[in-house]
Design a protein around this ligand. Structure first.
Ligand code: AMP
Ligand code: GLY
Length: 427
């Protein structure tokens, strides 16, 4: 099998690393890929993930047997539809099904139609109506830009005054661009967050596992929101009872509902959840692609054949009884550039990668690196590396990951020192 991976970040590095372990995989291509991916894949740096024409052309010319799409933007723009129209098996949802992530208003209405538990909400296109609503409802709420805003278009508002300034920033100042032409205002959910992953072929699904991300920049879940500073899997808040509720109340009705509405969901359903004190899950958001950096932990934990799994889903032939097999635990610690998630400099040499990777159970995935003049890697992004380790427990995986982090060094490097603390506090 020849597989084209679309994207070039840490998530795609982790997917390619896992795909390469399958005996069925003869070759991996990546568009655009990255310097780090070159050891696993034939990279096409001139083919951007967002350039639909170029990706389709590459898949056709190279006769790819399967295309695996990493990021959400090309999915929302219809990449999977275009590839399928050419007869190319594709892992990733159609543009219509990708609305589960691309439009929060679509996702909320869908959940309402199908009785899927989520926070009460109202959507607004008009800033004055939105302002009047937050003043009238009072109390805490969450304000979200409707479109794709790279996970950053969300304001947690303690008071109506906070909500008012969030609405002005999003709808009037257009801090998140066109994504702010419409907002969703919803109840603030209490509990512990987790994410859950299931693979679907449009009819059936196979569950992956739960994971937890640390989105805040600083220890103790303080500071600004980021794309994710570290992850671990499993997430202990998702015990077998909670998992059963997630499957019956969320995953099954979502897959069945999308099929019934004529938009069968082919790809990975990534459900962001809040689990309350009674163990009842509510959906915070859907994503229609693998999480980054959750995938780094999931791929290091998973034993099964990823290529088989994604290929059978793309071809509508998923075996719902498939057992993937999972190691006990994995932890991923992100090394970020100084200044991230605001402005940062790049081009700093990275030392210690080989030593870090020589440790038992450790894999270093590259999110934002490139080749430097000396032939080694240098920094090229905000999130630079996902230092990931597997272990017999979250604690062992965490200790291995942090020992590897200690071996790596670049100017301005920043990381959280408490990834997985919630899991360890429960142990
Ligand atoms: P989203 O982009 O929708 O995933 O939201 C980003 C983050 O905001 C989530 O991971 C949660 O931490 C938080 N969040 C979003 N919506 C809610 C809500 N209704 N209640 C509590 N926290 C929320
Ligand atoms: N780590 C969060 C995301 O991929 O959306």
């Amino acid at each position: 099998m020849k597989i084209l991976v679309v994207g070039g970040g840490g998530r795609e590095h982790a997917l390619a690393w896992k795909l390469a372990q399958s005996p069925r995989v003869e070759a991996i291509l990546a568009a655009p890929g990255s310097a780090a991916l070159e050891s696993l894949a034939e990279c096409h740096p001139d083919v951007a993930a967002a350039d639909l024409d170029a990706v389709v052309k590459l898949a056709r010319e190279q006769a790819a047997d399967l295309v695996v799409v990493g990021p959400e933007d090309p999915l929302a723009a219809g990449l999977a539809d275009r590839l399928r129209a050419e007869g190319i098996a594709t892992f990733g949802p159609s543009a219509a099904a990708a609305q589960l992530e691309g439009s929060k208003a679509f996702a909320k209405d869908f959940m309402e139609r199908h009785g899927i538990p989520t926070a009460q909400h109202r959507a607004f296109d008009d800033v004055d109506a939105a302002l009047a609503y937050v003043a009238e409802r009072g109390g805490r709420c969450v304000v979200k830009a409707d479109g794709l805003a790279a996970g950053k278009g969300v304001a947690m508002c303690e008071t109506p005054a906070d909500a008012e300034s969030a609405l002005r920033e999003i709808m009037q100042d257009r801090r998140f661009g066109e994504a702010g032409s419409r907002v969703v205002i919803e109840d603030w959910l209490e509990g512990e967050e987790a994410s859950y992953y299931a693979i679907s072929d449009g009819k059936n699904f196979v569950t992956l596992a739960a994971a937890q991300d640390h989105k805040r920049l600083l220890d103790g879940d303080e500071g600004e929101n980021t794309g994710g500073m570290g992850t671990y899997s499993p997430a202990p808040v998702v015990d077998p009872q909670v998992e059963a509720k997630i499957l019956e109340r969320v995953v099954r009705p979502t897959i069945q509902g999308m099929a019934a509405e004529g938009h069968p969901f082919v790809g990975v359903l990534f459900v962001g959840l809040m689990v309350d004190a009674a163990g009842d899950p509510q959906v915070i958001e859907f994503n229609v692609r693998f999480g980054d950096p959750e995938t780094q932990s999931l791929m290091v934990r998973m034993d099964g054949d990823l290529a088989d799994l994604l290929d059978s889903a793309a071809r509508g032939r998923l075996d719902p009884d498939l057992e993937l097999g999972w190691g006990d635990a994995a932890v991923c610690v992100v090394l970020a550039s100084g200044g991230y998630p605001r402005s940062y400099s790049t081009g700093y040499g990275i030392r210690g990668l080989a030593q870090a990777e020589s440790a038992e159970g450790v894999v270093v995935f590259h999110a934002g690196t490139r080749r430097g003049a000396d032939g080694g890697f240098e920094t090229a992004g905000g999130r630079v590396l996902g230092v990931t380790a597997r272990g017999e427990s979250v604690e062992v995986a965490r200790d291995r990951a942090y020992a590897a982090v200690e071996a790596i060094d670049f100017e301005g490097a920043h990381h959280r020192t408490d990834i997985a603390y919630r899991a360890l506090a429960r142990a």
